[in-house]
Design a protein around this ligand. Structure first.
Ligand SMILES: [Zn+2]
Ligand SMILES: [Zn+2]
Length: 337
């Protein structure tokens, strides 16, 4: 099969012909139709996340069709459409796994990082960690739901249900990319107001944010027309933490949604005072996936995507790295235009 392979961090991916993977016990072989690109893929390719499997096929927002099952695999039949997310496996025994927090498992294995992912014509996955894909979404539009949507949803839940002190009417989103454009639609659906903070002067991103329901959109340096109740930071820039805290009212939560962020600058305690909270969100649980993939078609969430062919993965990564993309980037591996 054809695959885009990372041989060493910091190197461009290489188009290679590699053997089809063979599904082991409890795993399925999936013919990949589309695979979304996530900022985490950039962190892996650029070496900001340590110790990836090498050589590695990145990509963890995979939509495809089951071709075969390994020994004992019985959950899906050949022809079933499935989604394969970032969480590829967990130990099932540790205190986190037993408490329904498999996202925190120390032995968790991640797709496109510890396990080969979806920048390829096929991949294998533990069937227990795959999801059925909602029928109304074509492959390309479904792919970004699997991380941008799913982990965005987890971050959103933490922002609006902080176990904290007050109703969250107004949510700020820092970095209006793949995740934010989906989260904005959930927030609007739940009757909350969305304010979008983009790179200074990024008029296109601000127009896009308004088209996705944002009541206000501006640059990170602009002054919004009031105070937020919660904030989610999608951009990997530590300086946005004090910036977001300074816009959130008492009792509000700032959620950092990315797996990697530059160092946080020091900031005065008064920004945190008033029972404000800062927290990260890590990975996903299968329950997040089931909840979110049931919710998405009910809203319905619409994904805005730009597609590249498999061999265009490096260009797609560069476009995302440069921040010059509207919506979500997706690799089209198979299927129609
Ligand atoms: Zn991701
Ligand atoms: Zn565990």
């Amino acid at each position: 099969m054809r695959a885009m392979v990372l041989e060493a961090p910091g190197m461009p991916l290489k188009l290679a012909e590699v053997p089809d993977p063979v599904p082991g016990p409890g795993a399925v072989l999936v013919r990949v139709a589309a695979c979304g690109i996530c900022r985490t893929d950039i962190h892996v390719v650029d070496g900001e996340l340590s110790d990836p499997k090498l050589p590695l096929i990145p990509g963890h927002q995979i939509v495809g069709v089951v071709a075969a099952g390994g020994p004992g695999a019985s959950r899906f039949r050949p022809g079933d459409r499935v989604g394969i997310p970032w969480l590829g496996g967990s130990c099932g025994r540790c205190r986190h796994c037993r408490a329904g927090r498999e996202n925190l498992c120390d032995e968790a294995r991640y797709t496109g990082y510890h396990l080969d992912g979806g920048f390829a014509e096929a991949c294998v996955a533990d069937e227990r960690f795959c999801f059925p894909v909602p029928a109304g979404y074509p492959d390309l539009e479904a792919a970004p739901l699997l991380c941008a949507g799913l982990i965005g949803y987890r971050a959103y839940r933490m922002a609006v249900v902080p176990g904290g002190t007050g109703e969250v009417r107004r949510v700020g989103l820092w970095g209006f990319g793949a995740s934010a454009h989906l989260v904005a639609q959930i927030a609007r659906h739940e009757g909350r107001e969305v304010w979008a903070f983009t790179r200074p002067g990024d008029a296109a991103a601000q127009v896009f944010a308004r088209s996705q329901g944002a009541a206000w959109a501006g640059g990170t340096g602009d002054t919004p027309p009031g105070e937020l109740d919660a904030a989610i930071i999608f951009a990997p820039a530590g300086e946005l933490v004090p910036a977001a805290l300074s816009r959130v009212g008492k009792g509000g939560t700032v959620v950092c949604a990315g797996i990697h962020m530059s160092d946080l600058p020091s900031f005065p305690y008064r920004l945190l005072w008033g029972e404000r909270a800062v927290r990260s969100v890590a990975n996903l649980t299968r329950r997040d996936g089931e909840e979110f993939l049931a919710l998405a078609p009910r809203i319905p969430i619409r994904t805005t995507v730009t597609a590249w062919p498999l061999e265009g993965a490096n260009e797609a990564l560069a476009t995302l790295r440069a921040g010059s993309l509207t919506g979500a980037a997706v690799i089209r591996v198979a299927g129609q235009e």
